[in-house]
Design a protein around this ligand. Sequence first.
Ligand SMILES: [Zn+2]
Length: 242
Amino acid sequence: MDIGVYVQEYLRAAIRQPKQFLETRPKRLCTICGHEGRFLDVGPRPEARCPNCSSKERDRIMGLYLRNNGVDMKDKNLLHFSAERPFFRQWKHYPGYVAGDIKISKVANAVVDITDIKFGDGHFDHVICHHVLEHVPNDAQGIRECFRVLKPGGTAFFSVPLDQSRAETWEPPPEMSAEEVESICGWDHVRLYGRDFPDKLAAVGFKVDEISFSPKEGEDHRLTETHALAPQGLDRIFVCTR
Ligand SMILES: [Zn+2]
């Protein structure tokens, strides 16, 4: 257990949403750190956060996949864009781990532009790219680059805010102002993805599957956002094999 993280998460929850502690909550099991116990509310999301590693719902979907498929990143070359903190903490000392972002940060140890990745063809065993492409103007080039740097047989993991009610991805017309784009797409997002998102992954040559889990796993590990405001498809993660 990381006492520092645990205390920080409980303090934050107690200050922001103290009423949650008046309610009895079942034990949950974190797929990333193995913590078993009460999870904490985050805004409108009940039991969203593991107090031991700060994981949230979609982090734990990824964690479940890695665990169920026996994927150990220790001896792998892994390119991880905009790393989620619970994974970064686990992997940061692995020699083949590159936590890339457009600038160095607490969870980025390398500057990497997804549309121009400065690594050779087939360098990586895995690429992880969660909630990145919605910020990238040329997302098709980003997906192509992820494919290029993967070894044959390697896997890339993608997720984006995906509007299930939308058949096709909406790209703003070139003349639209940045303010208007932001009012439609949300802060710092450059498009609205629809159900055709996996087709964009398949278009560069990936074999695309979605990480699936049973309703019981969904409950045991709290894998989906269940509140009324949750955008549909937020929790979908696509496993793409080269
Ligand atoms: Zn955890």
